[in-house]
Ligand binder design. Structure first.
Ligand SMILES: Cc1ncc(COP(=O)(O)O)c(C=O)c1O
Length: 401
C-alpha cells in the first residue's frame, strides 16, 4: 500500500485544505501530469507526424509513447487498437457512427441498461432512429444491481449490440462485466463497455474481458481533459469507416477520392490534443507507480469507511449495493434537504460534493428521485475528508430542521 499523505503532496490543489469528493466527475491532476504538459509547451511545442525538425520528432515520440503505455495499461494486443479521442463520450459516438451506421439494420435490437450514463444512451438513440433499430434497457433490482435474469432474456432476442457501463457513475455498482460480456458474445452481439468509471479504478485487461470496444476518459484518471481512449478489436476497427475526416487520417487524397491511413491514425483526423495525450501518458505512469491493485484497495477502504459513517446518520438514505460490490461512489439523499442545498452548505466547509442527476436521468426516474448527492473517491482521498462530509451533512440537518 502506498502513503496517501505523500501522494497528496503531488497535488497542489490540496495545499489549502480542500476536501475533494467529486473524482467520479473529474479527478485532480498531480504535478507530474501538468509538468509533462508544461514541458511539451515550453520545450518542444510543435505539431506531430508532419515536420522533420527535431522538436516535432520529440513531440511525435511522446504522443505515440502514450499509446504504448495505454496498450499495456489495459493489455490490448496492439497499439493499433488504441484510438485517441476527446473522452468516453467521443469514443462511444465514434463507434455508434462508424460501426453502428454500417452494421445496425432496421429491426435490430440494441441492449443498454437503466444504469447507463447519457453518453452511453443518446448516441445509440440517434443511431436507432437513423437506422430503424430498437432499444431495450436492462432494469435494476432494489439494490441498484442489474437484473441478470432480464439481461439473459434480452440476449435470447439476439441483439446486434450490447453496451453497458463497467461501473455506474451514479450508484457505484460494479457490474459483473466478465460474465455479461461472455453471455452477450455467446448470443452473437457486438459488445461495448463504457469504462469511464472502470479503467481509472481497477486493473482492466481487455483481452481477458473479451469485449469488442472499451471506452474511457483521461480526465477521470489523473490526466487532463480532452484526451480519452477508444480500445477496439483490430478486425472491427479495420472494417470501419472513419468517424471524422480531414488531415492526418489519409494516405492519399486525389480529386477522384481518398485512401485512408492505417490504424490507429485512420480515426485521428486533424490536429490532436498533443499536450493532453502526453499528460495522459504521465497519468498512466503515475497510476502504474502506485499499482492499480493498491488503487483499488485504497478506494475500498475509504468506501467501506464512508458507507459505515453515512449509514449511521439519521434521515440519510443510501442508494446502491453494499460496499463489497460497489466502487468508490456513494449516492445518497437526506430527508427534507435538496441535494443542491447540501452541496452548497458543504462548499462553505470546503467540501466538494456533486448534486444532480449525474447524467443518468433514466436512472433517477427509475429510483423515483430528481437528484442525489454523490461523494466519490480516488487515490488521494482521506478518511478525514469523509468525516468532514459527515460534519457538513449534520450542519445541513441543523440548519434545515
Ligand atoms: C459512466 C460514464 N460514462 C461516460 C461518461 C462521459 O465521460 P466524458 O464526459 O469524459 O466523455 C462518464 C462521465 O461522467 C461516466 O461516468
Amino acid at each position: 500500500m502506498y502513503d496517501v499523505k505523500a501522494v497528496r503532496r503531488d497535488f497542489p490543489i490540496f495545499d489549502n485544505g480542500l476536501a475533494y469528493l467529486d473524482s467520479a466527475n473529474t479527478s485532480q491532476r498531480p504535478r507530474q501530469v501538468t509538468g509533462a504538459m508544461m514541458e511539451y509547451f515550453e520545450k518542444f511545442n510543435s505539431n506531430i507526424h508532419r515536420a522533420a525538425y527535431h522538436i516535432a520528432e520529440e513531440a511525435t515520440d511522446r504522443y505515440e509513447a502514450t499509446r504504448e503505455k495505454i496498450r499495456a495499461f489495459i493489455n490490448a494486443a496492439s497499439t493499433k487498437e488504441i484510438i485517441y479521442t476527446r473522452g468516453t463520450t467521443e469514443a462511444i459516438n465514434l463507434v455508434a457512427y462508424s460501426w453502428g451506421r454500417a452494421n445496425v439494420k432496421p429491426g435490430d435490437l440494441i441492449v443498454l441498461t437503466i444504469l447507463d450514463h447519457h453518453s452511453n444512451i443518446v448516441p445509440w438513440q440517434i443511431l436507432a432512429t437513423a437506422n430503424g433499430a430498437n432499444i431495450e434497457y436492462v432494469d435494476i433490482d432494489d439494490r441498484g444491481e442489474l437484473r441478470q435474469d432480464q439481461f439473459r432474456e434480452l440476449l435470447e432476442k439476439q441483439p446486434k449490440l450490447v453496451s453497458f457501463s463497467h461501473v455506474s457513475n451514479a450508484l457505484g455498482t460494479i457490474n459483473p462485466v466478465h460474465e455479461m460480456v461472455a453471455a452477450a458474445k455467446a448470443a452473437g452481439a457486438t459488445v461495448l463497455v463504457d469504462g469511464a468509471q472502470g479503467a481509472p479504478h481497477q486493473r482492466v485487461d481487455v483481452r481477458d474481458l473479451g469485449c469488442d470496444f472499451y471506452a474511457f476518459s483521461g480526465h477521470k484518471m489523473l490526466g487532463p481533459t480532452g484526451a480519452g481512449i477508444l480500445y477496439g478489436r483490430r478486425e472491427l476497427l479495420e472494417a470501419m469507416d472513419p468517424f471524422l475526416a480531414g488531415g492526418d487520417m489519409i494516405k492519399t487524397v486525389r480529386v477522384e477520392g481518398t485512401t485512408y491511413h492505417d490504424l490507429p491514425w485512420k480515426f485521428e483526423a486533424g490536429t490532436q490534443a498533443i499536450a493532453e495525450v502526453i499528460g495522459l501518458g504521465a497519468a498512466v505512469d503515475y497510476l502504474d507507480g502506485l499499482g492499480m491493485d493498491n488503487v483499488l484497495a485504497h478506494e475500498r477502504e475509504v468506501t467501506d469507511y464512508a458507507y459505515e459513517t453515512l449509514s449511521d446518520i439519521e434521515g440519510l438514505t443510501l442508494f446502491g449495493p453494499p460496499p463489497s460490490r460497489r466502487a468508490g461512489v456513494i449516492s445518497f439523499a437526506l430527508d427534507g434537504i435538496h441535494p443542491h442545498d447540501l452541496a452548497t452548505i458543504a462548499d462553505r466547509d470546503q467540501v466538494c460534493l456533486r448534486a444532480g442527476h449525474h447524467c443518468a436521468m433514466p436512472l433517477m426516474t427509475r429510483l423515483g428521485v430528481p437528484a442525489t448527492a454523490r461523494a466519490s473517491f480516488y487515490v488521494y482521498t482521506l478518511k478525514d475528508e469523509v468525516d468532514r462530509l459527515a460534519g457538513s451533512i449534520k450542519e445541513a440537518q441543523r440548519i434545515f430542521k
